[in-house]
Ligand binder design. Structure first.
Ligand code: DGL
Length: 273
């Protein structure tokens, strides 16, 4: 199976896009809903939580894990790839969502981009680093949106207060440069609010959802790595795991994934170091 991990529900927006273009593979989703949000946590905690989740997915037999969370990709992916995998699982692969998104910005010829993300991602400066490593002249502006993940996880995305909060964050972004013409929703939870963002931004900018970007890039990766593609089973099965109560997960996951699902509770406690 392809393992897909997020701190909560957000990664389901990525999984939905991946399944949409590669329906044959089997997928195992893990949401660490008991410990969401990651966005306000320290690098050390995000690394430790992410390592446990990746380890769990490896124990279930996933040869490839997608970290469908910007915060975990920003705070933990490099260390997992450079220190943890070579020592503990040299035959497995872990990919994130930031590099593919940065590549997409450059391929689209974007000259100035607004990144809306969690506090952890903004503090890491990883989007500036990744995009500028590919296209040094690109202007990258960032705005942290710390209230959005708790609102979304609480299922309050339709609440009228959410529009006011979005307006405040967009104001913060445009205060840095009022000519930003591309905005990347660089948190996998935010596509749930895509309509609200598009409505408020209007014709001023294109608002991009990472799901289709990450899905296309993963397809490209698997076609360049047929050895990995062959290790993944293809029975069109999908499994969903959560570290919180599965009833709640099933209810809210429907909004993110677009289909009803049945999840299973798991604990990552035994993997704490
Ligand atoms: N979905 C995660 C991301 O893409 C963030 C959620 C969180 O703060 O845990 O950054």
């Amino acid at each position: 199976m392809i393992g897909v991990f997020d701190s909560g529900f957000g990664g389901l927006t990525i999984l939905k896009s991946i399944v949409g273009i590669m329906p044959d593979y089997d997928y195992l989703y893990l949401g660490d809903n008991a410990r969401v949000p990651y966005g306000t946590r320290s690098q050390r905690m995000v690394y430790e939580f992410t390592r446990q989740a990746v380890e769990y997915l490896f124990l279930q037999g996933c040869p490839l894990v997608i970290i469908a969370c910007n915060t975990a990709s920003a705070r933990a992916l490099r260390k997992i790839q450079q220190e943890y995998l070579p020592v503990s699982h040299p035959d497995r692969r872990v990919l994130g969502v930031i590099r593919p998104s940065a590549e997409e910005m450059v391929e689209r010829g974007v000259r100035s981009v607004g990144i809306l993300a969690t506090e952890g991602v903004v503090a890491s400066g990883i989007y500036c680093e990744e995009i500028r490593s590919l296209a040094p002249d690109t202007r990258v502006y960032q705005q942290a949106c710390p209230l959005l993940v708790p609102i979304i996880e609480a299922g309050e995305d339709k609440w009228e207060g959410t529009d006011m909060i979005i307006a405040k964050y967009l104001q913060g972004l445009y205060a840095q440069d009022d000519g930003i013409a591309t905005i990347l929703l660089a948190c996998t939870h935010y596509p749930i609010l895509l309509e609200q963002f598009v409505q408020q931004v209007g014709s001023r900018a294109v608002v991009l959802d990472q799901g289709p970007i990450v899905a296309r890039k993963l397809k490209g990766y698997l076609s360049r790595h047929p050895d990995m593609a062959e290790r993944i089973s293809r029975d069109r099965k999908r499994y969903f795991l959560t570290t919180d109560t599965s009833d709640r997960f099933d209810r809210l996951a429907r909004v993110f994934y677009g289909e009803s699902i049945q999840s299973q509770f798991i604990s990552l406690d035994s993997l704490c170091s």
